[in-house]
Design a protein around this ligand. Structure first.
Ligand code: ADP
Ligand code: ADP
Length: 233
């Protein structure tokens, strides 16, 4: 069933007398449990689309229905609420709090969700065990390798049981071997039933996804099922 349904969405930025159409008209459906790679050259609209899908921003035209709710015209506060409930983010630069332990980093989304400390810590512990870091809960980011930091970020994205994991260039700061390890982790998460949308510039990273969507000039240029899936498991 459709988890994401977007219809003719556009996003324009007006800077002085200049109008930039970052997205022209994008229509697509993503079902629960899909693993999608979003590709396209620099400036094609990937970040703009991810920001809209992740409820960080709203389109300037068209409709976005997420898990049955129309989020196209929500206020920032309403979007924040949907985001905390529905979306888990993984970034290229990990975005961990440098002075906090793995446990506290992973528990952070649960603070916003108003969950009590004891349960927060139990769930963060479990999420860290799920990504293979049960023995690194007290470590701070600078005491971890790049791959371990990204695992902490993945645990943080999962701890709230979101509907969608949005991963923006998650392997962009990792060496090849570590990138493959992280893609293996993403595959495991997908196998457990999670819906994943991955932005990447790298063709071989995109090949781990089951569906590939290519953007160009704010339009979908190509959208197809990957018949050549690469697995890291
Ligand atoms: P990436 O393509 O690596 O995701 P960004 O999304 O940061 O990079 O930027 C992509 C393009 O969008 C760049 O050309 C950048 O100059 C432009 N851009 C991003 N944010 C803004 C902004 N707030 N104002 C103007 N241009 C922006
Ligand atoms: P990508 O992530 O594929 O590189 P973006 O979505 O960042 O593409 O950018 C698409 C277009 O929108 C680019 O021309 C970029 O310069 C422009 N753009 C992106 N964000 C902004 C912004 N905040 N203000 C003005 N222009 C922007």
């Amino acid at each position: 069933s459709a988890l994401i349904s977007i219809t003719d969405i556009g996003k324009k930025y007006v800077i002085g007398s200049e109008v930039i159409h970052a997205l022209n008209s994008v229509t697509m459906t993503i079902n629960k449990g899909e693993f999608v790679a979003l590709m396209g050259p620099s400036g094609s609209g990937k970040s703009t689309l991810m920001n809209i899908l992740g409820c960080l921003d709203t389109p300037t035209k068209g409709q976005y229905v997420l898990n049955g709710t129309d989020v196209s015209r929500m206020t920032d506060d309403e979007l924040a609420e949907v985001r905390n409930k529905e979306i888990g983010f993984v970034f290229q630069t990990f975005n961990l709090l440098p002075r906090s332990s793995s446990l506290d980093n992973v528990a952070l989304p649960l603070v916003y969700a108003g969950i009590k400390k004891e349960e927060r810590n139990a769930r963060a512990q479990k999420a860290l065990e799920d990504v293979g870091l049960g023995n690194r809960v007290s470590h701070k980011p600078n005491e971890l390798s790049g791959g371990q930091r990204q695992r902490v970020a993945v645990a943080r994205a999962l701890v709230n049981n979101p509907s969608i994991i949005l991963a923006d260039e998650p392997t962009g700061n990792l060496d090849t071997k570590t990138s493959i390890e992280i893609m293996g982790l993403v595959e495991e998460i997908h196998k457990k039933g999670n819906t994943i949308i991955l932005v990447t510039h790298e063709e071989d990273i995109a090949q781990h996804a089951h569906r590939i969507i290519r953007l160009r000039d704010g339009l979908i240029e190509d959208d197809y099922l990957n018949t050549n899936i690469r697995s890291a498991l």
